[in-house]
Ligand binder design. Structure first.
Ligand SMILES: CC(C)(COP(=O)(O)OP(=O)(O)OC[C@H]1O[C@@H](n2cnc3c(N)ncnc32)[C@H](O)[C@@H]1OP(=O)(O)O)[C@@H](O)C(=O)NCCC(=O)NCCS
Length: 429
């Protein structure tokens, strides 16, 4: 709890189905995806939209037409037009950032009711033009005469014409996320067999959580109006028929000769959105809501991207625990974003390592062992998918729901992100 004595509750949260890029949501506008889940949140929580004082939304591959999609969301979802809103980007941890920004607003007493979440539409990423062509087009649009417009295009070559698709590549290292995961697997000695076993578990727990209704409770259908109209109700990447044998047959993608990271033990490119309703404890009580969980602490940390790009959570987790005056052994449930199985297993390894604790964290004992049976009980990003801007909110929603269901006292979310950043959030009940 903050010094202000104001505790922030997770009152409700929903996500859209997470679907592979290029499938069910391929022709949907990114704003419509965010609007759909936010309207569902308001309706299912039976909240008067007039109560919402601020909206914060994560988004990574920013659509050209929406420079601040959070504010567009306010206007599209029928929230009060006087509700301020901002869009945040912290790569895969963007929605975690949106949620902790909301926590800051509420703890300071600047707001009582905030919607935070995120959206990603990898089916429809902004495609950039080459800088010379872009400059020529801007110059042509400003030219006063036809001659001036034509002049703007002088000097352009054929090589300047092809569009440039965005890449999941670190600017400072030139390595893709997958190549970085591959490097981590090698540096930490994470075997192919262990990665595949973790991926299999991700699919099995996700399938089980759909079968027993736990995921149906937190996923709001999206109505797609094109092509005759249909409701998209389920995640579409979970593979019920996968097995260690099938996973073992897949070829490595990011290092074809010596690699261990495959399509099977990586998270897929995904479309999806998630929205969370946060309130101060007092406001929730006044409006008759019982929060599923409260935010106890959070932390961000960053590492040199050229070393182990996705190891940030191994630094953020102990910091968030320290801020909560807790040890890892106190945590009942964990929701860990699975960018790659190699990244999850590397994080476990670092948390268990005395050398890492001494050399990197300045502590004499390891952070601790995470009981695998407490992790990602409704599946992880490998099976469910990973819409960059939304995953942090998906993790918080799932953790809060599972904590409520099990009457668990303490939960931990962790998310790794491009740039070497790690995020961790501690929830309590
Ligand atoms: C890894 C990646 C390149 C794979 O993309 P892809 O080739 O489109 O993946 P697919 O789902 O088509 O899978 C490739 C093959 O493996 C098979 N496969 C994938 N997962 C499988 C599983 N669990 N069990 C059995 N087969 C599986 C597919 O059926 C497909 O087979 P096919 O070629 O015979 O159709 C892509 O998902 C990716 O870039 N992921 C990383 C995203 C990322 O970096 N995120 C940021 C994280 S920080």
């Amino acid at each position: 709890m903050a010094e202000t004595g104001r505790r922030v509750g997770i009152v409700a949260g929903f996500r859209t189905p997470f679907v592979r890029a290029g499938t069910d949501f391929a022709r949907l506008d990114v704003l419509e995806l965010a609007r759909s889940v936010t309207v569902e949140l308001l309706q299912r929580a039976a909240l008067d939209p007039a109560q919402v004082e601020h909206v914060i939304y994560g988004n990574v591959t920013r659509p050209v037409q929406y420079t601040n999609i959070a504010r567009e969301l306010v206007l599209a979802a029928g929230l009060p037009k006087r509700t301020p809103a901002d869009t945040v980007t912290l790569a895969c941890a963007s929605a975690a950032q949106a949620i902790t920004d909301a926590v800051n607003l509420i703890e300071r007493g600047y707001a009582d009711v905030v919607i935070a979440g995120g959206v990603e539409m990898l089916s429809n990423v902004p495609i950039a033009l080459s800088p010379p062509l872009a400059r020529a087009l801007v110059s042509a649009s400003q030219a006063k005469s036809m001659g001036g417009r034509l002049q703007s295009f002088r000097g352009l070559g054929l090589a300047d014409l092809p569009p440039q698709a965005p890449k999941i590549t670190e600017t400072s290292t030139g390595l893709s996320m997958g190549q970085s995961a591959e490097l981590m697997a090698k540096l930490n000695g994470i075997s192919r067999a262990d990665q595949d076993a973790w991926a299999l578990r991700s699919h099995q727990t996700a399938a089980a959580a759909w079968d027993d209704g736990r995921l149906a409770d937190e996923v709001a259908p999206v109505y797609v109006v094109d092509n005759g109209g249909r409701a998209v109700t389920r995640d579409n990447h979970i593979r019920r028929d996968t097995s260690l044998e099938k996973l073992g047959q897949l070829k490595p993608v990011f290092d074809r000769s010596y690699g261990t990271v495959t399509a099977g033990n990586s998270s897929p490119l995904t479309d999806g959105a998630a929205s969370v309703l946060l309130m101060s404890e007092a406001k929730a009580a006044a409006l008759g809501y019982t929060p599923k969980a409260f935010v106890r602490s959070y932390a961000y940390a960053a590492v040199d991207p050229s070393e182990q790009l996705l190891i940030g959570p191994a630094y953020a987790i102990p910091l968030a625990l320290q801020r909560a005056a807790l040890e890892l052994r106190d945590i009942d449930l964990v929701e860990m974003h699975e960018a790659f199985a190699a990244q999850v297993l590397s994080t476990f390894q670092k948390l268990e390592s005395k050398t890492f604790a001494e050399d990197e964290l300045g502590r004499s004992t390891p952070v601790g062992t995470i009981d695998r049976e407490k992790v990602n009980l409704r599946g992880g990003s490998i099976a469910l998918g990973h819409p960059f801007g939304a995953t942090g909110a998906r993790c918080v929603i799932t953790l809060a729901n599972e904590m409520e269901r099990q009457s668990a006292g303490l939960g931990l979310v962790s998310v790794c992100a491009a740039g070497g950043v790690g995020a961790a959030i501690v929830l309590e009940r």
